[in-house]
Design a binder for this molecule. Structure first.
Ligand code: SAM
Length: 425
């Protein structure tokens, strides 16, 4: 029997990239969408689940090929210097380089530096690093134009807020991750989170006492919504229209950006946005979409460790809250809904819109990596974590035996877990 020569793993990955890229192009062609390029006028890739599913296959094969080609030593060399990339982005964001570089003409480093009020030498070095990531392009020595990447940042203030809060407070806190574990090696301790060690208080207290950063955090959350396209997933994967004329209570809703979005989509629904942080709540009515839905969206200060005061809700929404808390606090939050759910109509749901960590090999590594990054962000910020479906079920049961997961709606970056308080009719 002829011994089959082992096929090159490098070539297998290269062929996979070719095959999956062809699928991706077919998808674009079928929808009449032009291919993306690096220029500032590049069309954006489509924002739909089908495209994402194709794109992740290309990304996985490409990332595997990069690792195989570079080998461990050179892969590590690049990776372990990532904090310096973030440092350069921090400067670019803090000194507004993205908006100083005009969208319609080249600009010299000296002009950027004069507007940013920082010396030319450092601004040049920062722009050159970013340009090596195809974020800005140096068209001639010390002259820059936007690329697709930098123009996107320039044009999107919410995404800029997301980048800036990560490059500032989260980056500073992340440098103390191991120290935080050293201080509390046996279990999660919110008082010893990396953020707490860096800033002396929890993120929420810190944002409340630093209103400028607090309002940037609210915008950053909206930017995350764009990145994960989760508001659309939330809209499409749950039967909102079937709820009828009811009030949805958005608990820990921050600026209410999600309620405002859903209110625009579903004209029969009313929303109450609850948050204990008034700085976050005050952002809501300032948002441009508020005007068109202001009769149906209201804001209310409420602390979710206290019993839920709304007893005639059609649905409670708890979005991106539980991942900020340890197990015991999550149980207290779930418990706060019980007296209200006992009084609301039978079948009233508690919809948890939080990341569900995947089971082993359920998702491509490149995709799982994105989820695990946020899991680490929760550890560093709050001594908290993301959870699997099994973990959610366990916490709900500990809060009240009658709290049951009745459905997981669809699949996306964030999960959509519908919980009901099972009661006898
Ligand atoms: C990660 S943000 C999520 C915001 C929003 N739900 C979203 O999806 O964008 C968590 C929110 O919980 C709020 N929060 C924290 N502690 C709270 C408490 N004890 N009671 C009510 N809201 C609280 C924070 O102010 C913040 O707006």
């Amino acid at each position: 029997m002829a011994i089959k020569k082992q096929e090159s793993l490098l070539l297998q990955n290269a062929r996979e990239i070719q095959k999956q890229t062809e699928e991706l192009i077919k998808h674009l062609e079928q929808r009449g969408i032009d291919e993306p390029n690096f220029s500032a006028s590049s069309p954006a890739p489509p924002a739909d689940d089908e495209y994402d599913a194709l794109a992740i296959k290309v990304v996985q094969a490409a990332e595997d090929l990069i690792l195989l080609t570079k080998g461990p030593l050179q892969w590590l060399r690049t990776f372990i210097c990532s904090q310096h990339d973030l440092g350069a982005w921090q400067i670019a964001l803090r000194f507004n380089l993205f908006t100083i570089v005009p969208l319609d003409r080249p600009i010299s480093v000296s002009e950027v530096a004069a507007t940013a009020k920082v010396d030319e030498d450092r601004i040049g070095h920062v722009l050159k690093l970013l340009a090596s990531q195809r974020c800005f392009q140096e068209t001639e020595e010390d002259v820059f134009v936007h690329t697709a990447l930098s123009a996107f940042v320039a044009n999107n203030s919410e995404v800029r807020a997301t980048l800036a809060f990560q490059a500032d407070e989260m980056f500073e806190a992340a440098s103390l991750m191991a120290t935080a574990v050293e201080k509390s090696p046996d279990s999660l301790d919110a008082a010893q989170s990396a953020f707490q060690l860096r800033f002396g208080m929890s993120p929420y207290k810190w944002y409340a006492s630093n209103p400028e950063r607090g309002s940037r955090f609210a915008a950053a959350m909206a930017g995350y919504g764009q990145m994960s396209r989760d508001p659309q997933g939330l809209r499409d994967r749950f039967p909102w229209a079937q709820l009828g004329d009811v009030t949805v209570v958005d608990v820990g809703g921050g600026s209410g950006h999600i309620s405002l979005y859903l209110a625009q989509q579903f004209p029969r629904l009313n929303f109450i946005v609850q948050d204990y942080n008034t700085v976050m709540l005050e952002q809501g009515p300032k948002r441009p979409e508020f005007e068109s839905v202001q009769t149906r969206v209201s804001f209310m200060q409420y602390d979710f460790y206290q019993p839920q005061p709304i007893h005639d809700a059609g649905l409670f929404l708890l979005r991106q809250v539980i991942h900020n808390y340890s197990d015991d606090k999550s149980v207290r939050i779930f418990k706060s809904f019980v007296p209200a759910l006992e009084k609301c109509a039978i079948g009233t749901g508690l919809l948890i819109n939080d990341m569900i960590l995947p089971n082993l090999n359920a998702r491509a590594k490149a995709e799982e990596h994105g989820l695990r990054q946020i899991d680490m962000a929760m550890l560093g910020g709050y001594s908290a974590k993301q959870r699997s479906l099994k973990e959610f079920a366990k916490l709900l049961k500990t809060a009240d035996e009658r709290l049951k997961i009745v459905k997981v709606h669809g699949e996306g970056v964030l999960g959509l877990i519908e919980v009901q308080l099972l009661r006898k009719v």
